[in-house]
Design a protein around this ligand. Structure first.
Ligand SMILES: Cc1cc2nc3c(=O)[nH]c(=O)nc-3n(C[C@H](O)[C@H](O)[C@H](O)COP(=O)(O)OP(=O)(O)OC[C@H]3O[C@@H](n4cnc5c(N)ncnc54)[C@H](O)[C@@H]3O)c2cc1C
Length: 366
């Protein structure tokens, strides 16, 4: 039920990351009366971790995070890069921790979260946070992970493993993502970049084989499971007639699937814009050139997945920890961009650019 007839009645479809983050900041949009609508047919939410690199403006997210790592690694069969940063550590926050904080802020600010059956018919503005749709046979980042507890010290709790490619590569570009919360407690995810997310028991087998091969660990208890599919590359809105917010308004970084920090940036920018112009809408937080570079990267990974491990390792080796964190968080200037381009194997980059342009022309991929 709207209470103030003078405000702009603003309805957000969804109660996930973007919708609740906005709701928790609704006091910064005093001209808007915001309501969230829980969509019909939404899957039952399951808690999982969001990883992100620390930066100014993320103090609240950092204070609610579970752990930070000043070191992170990218590992292949032929080498490894361990990057470090004091200024931009890698953090992991529980989805539920962030959403519960946002929910309590939303309640304090009198934002209602209502069922779809009560969808307000007299909204002045409606934004849709339901997930965007893929175009054609899109590249997917799909994963399954377990949080394990071991009896004896097993993990290096000081270093997060962002990508360890020492796993079976037969189903696509495949790596293990490992967040060690302590020497006996870690989240281990088997992550695949491919167009087919139907891999059944493959993830589980891969995690078991990895723990055995790399950590000589066969005995552990499973505390939690998580899984997901993040569409990568160009996406289209969930409903072309409703403007989006969050992942549905271009917040997902196409080349990495990271979105948490980009959603915060998108909402901050929308609030700023609204305060300056009076208009409220949500734009992609990514620059065109970075979207284009991610498009080339994805084209390379889709066509030459066997080159993926070498490519990521070369990129990691060419950047400092701070530069890598900034690149992954979208804080990219031209010198950093060029460093990344020059780190890519030249022939592969040229092939990727050519194929990407050809693909765009034929399929209209933006
Ligand atoms: C398991 C997992 C791990 C991730 N890890 C990271 C990470 O480490 N770092 C990072 O930066 N990003 C990560 N991401 C990506 C990104 O941060 C999330 O997808 C983020 O939640 C997107 O926020 P959103 O508000 O756009 O969408 P969501 O939070 O997904 O909210 C979407 C809304 O639509 C509803 N909905 C969903 N599906 C349907 C449907 N089919 N029909 C109707 N309604 C629907 C939901 O109930 C919700 O209300 C991860 C994503 C997943 C799934």
């Amino acid at each position: 039920m709207w209470v103030d007839k003078l405000s702009i009645k603003t309805t957000i479809i969804g109660d996930g990351c973007a919708a609740l983050t906005l709701a928790a900041m609704s006091d910064k949009l005093p001209n808007h009366l915001i309501q969230l609508v829980k969509p019909d047919n939404a899957p039952v939410p399951i808690d999982h971790m969001w990883g992100f690199w620390g930066a100014k403006g993320l103090e609240r997210q950092i204070s609610l995070s579970r752990k930070k790592w000043n070191n992170w690694a990218i590992i292949t069969e032929s080498g490894q890069s361990i990057m470090s940063s004091e200024e931009h550590p890698y953090y992991a926050i529980h989805r539920n921790e962030w959403l519960n904080y946002c929910r309590s802020e939303a309640k304090r600010l009198s934002v209602d979260i209502i069922d779809n059956s009560d969808f307000p018919k007299d909204s002045d503005l409606v934004f849709d946070s339901r997930p965007p749709r893929t175009i054609g046979k899109a590249m997917l980042q799909h994963f399954y992970g377990i949080e394990v507890e071991t009896k004896t010290p097993t993990f290096d709790s000081e270093t997060a493993v962002l990508m360890d490619f020492r796993v079976d590569q037969s189903k696509g570009l495949h790596f293990i993502y490992l967040l060690p919360f302590s020497t006996t407690n870690a989240l281990i995810e088997s992550t695949i970049f491919s167009t087919d997310a139907n891999v059944g028991e493959f993830y589980n087998q891969s995690i078991n084989e990895y723990l055995d091969r790399i950590y000589s660990c066969t005995q552990f208890t499973i505390k939690h499971e998580e899984q997901g599919i993040i569409p990568m590359g160009s996406l289209k809105p969930h409903d072309p007639n409703i403007p989006g917010i969050g992942g549905n308004a271009g917040a997902i970084r196409p080349g990495s699937g990271y979105a948490f920090v980009f959603i915060q940036k998108q909402i901050d920018a929308a609030i700023e814009l609204s305060r300056n112009t009076g208009d409220l809408y949500f734009r992609t937080p990514h620059r065109k050139i970075d979207l284009w570079m991610d498009g080339v990267l994805l084209t390379v990974l889709q066509n030459y997945p066997e080159e993926g491990p070498k490519l990521f390792l070369q990129m990691a080796k060419s950047l400092s920890g701070d530069q890598f964190a900034k690149f992954m968080s979208g804080e990219i200037n031209w010198s950093l961009r060029l460093k990344v381009i020059f780190a890519m194997p030249k022939l592969l980059f040229i092939k990727g650019v050519t194929r990407h342009i050809f693909r765009k022309r034929n399929k209209g991929v933006p």
